[in-house]
Design a protein around this ligand. Structure first.
Ligand SMILES: [Zn+2]
Length: 286
């Protein structure tokens, strides 16, 4: 079991025991589960906690239903059949029912990425209408969600950190939300560190590339005695120092020459420019 799966399962386990108090919401919970099932009037899920939650809600509504286990050992499905579709097709627009419908859908077919991963929540749906209903529910609760078709199935996806946090709260997963927010902090700190490391690496790479270009330029100038001798003494000195101390940074080179850093930078720059004026191409970065 990977960690993404375990976060999904933790949230499902948090949601499952709470049978909605209102009758309207109990039906919406089951409706949400039916929206993610392809067979009309049935609920199919691989999660025992989801099927138990459905049974409890139906029982409280005095709706008879029975469960069967189907499928192979590796992929057991729980199938709840014999529910009159009209009874659970509430299409209720009450806020309480929207939350409950999403909760049922998530319990049955929702998925979360591990809390410190790229923020992502999805609910696979049976068809386009089901996905649209769930996205509409999310939208009404202030959560931005999108529907899309993926390999012949419809999914509702929530993709930003704040939206996943809001989605968890709106389906009633408060503990899940806290876990998620803690993971987000870890993720943000980690990405900050990575950004800094990348910036430093880029700086080092630029410095090294500049050093190579300077050495190549100096070699070109030294190879042409006339041009070498025509260079101002300060440039020749800079060239000699650079050749002798290829790993020195600018500050050290400046110190050796007894000039300022900007002056040394200017001299090295002029050396590169002087070499570039000859026919030889220096530092072509192919
Ligand atoms: Zn309700």
């Amino acid at each position: 079991m990977d960690r993404a799966e375990s976060f999904t399962q933790r949230v499902a386990a948090e949601l499952a025991p709470h049978t909605p108090l209102l009758a309207c919401c109990r039906r919406s919970l089951v409706e949400g589960m039916a929206l993610v099932t392809t067979t009309p009037g049935a609920i199919a899920t691989t999660r025992p906690v989801a099927v138990r939650a459905a049974m409890q809600a139906l029982h409280a509504e005095h709706i008879a239903a029975h469960v069967s286990r189907v499928g192979a050992a590796r992929r057991v499905q729980y199938l709840l059949v014999g529910i009159e579709p009209a009874i659970i097709e509430t299409k209720s627009t009450r806020v309480c029912c929207r939350r409950s419908r999403l909760r049922g859908a998530f319990l049955s077919a929702g998925r979360l990425v591990r809390p410190d991963g790229e923020p992502y929540l999805e609910i696979g749906s049976a068809d386009e209408g089901g996905a649209a209903q769930l996205a509409d529910d999310f939208a009404n609760l202030g959560v931005s969600a999108r529907t899309r078709r993926r390999r012949g199935r419809w999914v509702v996806t929530v993709r930003s950190g704040p939206a996943v946090g809001d989605a968890l709260s709106s389906i009633g997963a408060q503990a899940g939300r806290l876990t998620f927010e803690a993971g987000r902090v870890i993720r943000e700190v980690r990405s900050g560190v990575n950004r800094r490391l990348n910036a430093e690496t880029a700086n080092l790479r630029r410095t090294a590339a500049a050093g190579v270009l300077q050495l190549e330029s100096i070699a070109v100038l030294e190879a042409d005695i006339a041009r070498w001798q025509a260079l101002p003494p300060a440039l020749r000195e800079a060239a000699t120092l650079r050749s002798r101390h290829p790993d020195d940074d600018l500050a050290h080179l400046a110190e050796r020459a007894g000039c300022s850093r900007p002056a040394m930078a200017g001299r090295l720059h002029r050396l590169v420019a002087a070499a570039g004026e000859s026919g030889d191409r220096v530092g072509s970065r192919r």
